[in-house]
Design a protein around this ligand. Structure first.
Ligand code: RP5
Length: 147
């Protein structure tokens, strides 16, 4: 297991907190360590870049609503995998979903469904599980519990 938080969970606003908690609850279930930060990509872009540069996280989860550029901006600053969670604020979340999913070729963001932070956390754990047997075992147990 990594000694530093393995997943960085970043959200654009404290108003995204309920969705953030869906992610962290699932990461707790799967034994994946994480750090949570609320940093707006448009209000505080310098702090966001500094955080990413200083982070040793192996996977980033970016949670944002409306224009939802946060996950794309995270991906612009790192080659580590980024998972985006569109938050349903307006337009049923379709604006956020398209903003996150429609990244131009070359800078991908793996996108989950609207407000589906649980899937983002499971996907992050699946990435960690490639090299972390404890997380792999927890994922296996979770899947078995659904049978
Ligand atoms: C996005 O705009 C945030 O991720 C949030 O989902 C939405 C509203 O933000 P606030 O008005 O609460 O700052 O940047």
């Amino acid at each position: 297991m990594a000694e530093y938080p393995a997943v960085a969970v970043l959200a654009g606003s404290k108003s995204d907190q309920a969705v953030v908690q869906d992610a962290t609850k699932t990461l707790d279930e799967l034994g994946a360590s994480y750090d949570v930060q609320y940093i707006s990509a448009h209000r505080n872009p310098n702090a966001l870049r500094e955080y990413i540069a200083g982070s040793k996280a192996r996977v980033f989860i970016g949670i944002a609503g409306l224009a939802a550029h946060l996950p794309g901006v995270i991906a612009s600053a790192t080659t580590r995998p980024v998972i985006g969670v569109p938050v349903g604020v307006k337009l049923g979340g379709l604006d956020s979903l398209l903003s996150i999913a429609q990244m131009p070729p070359g800078v991908p963001v793996a996108t989950v469904g609207i407000d589906n932070a649980r899937n983002a956390a499971i996907l992050a754990a699946e990435i960690l599980a490639l090299t972390d047997p404890k997380v792999a075992s927890k994922l296996d147990t979770m899947r078995r519990s659904w049978r």
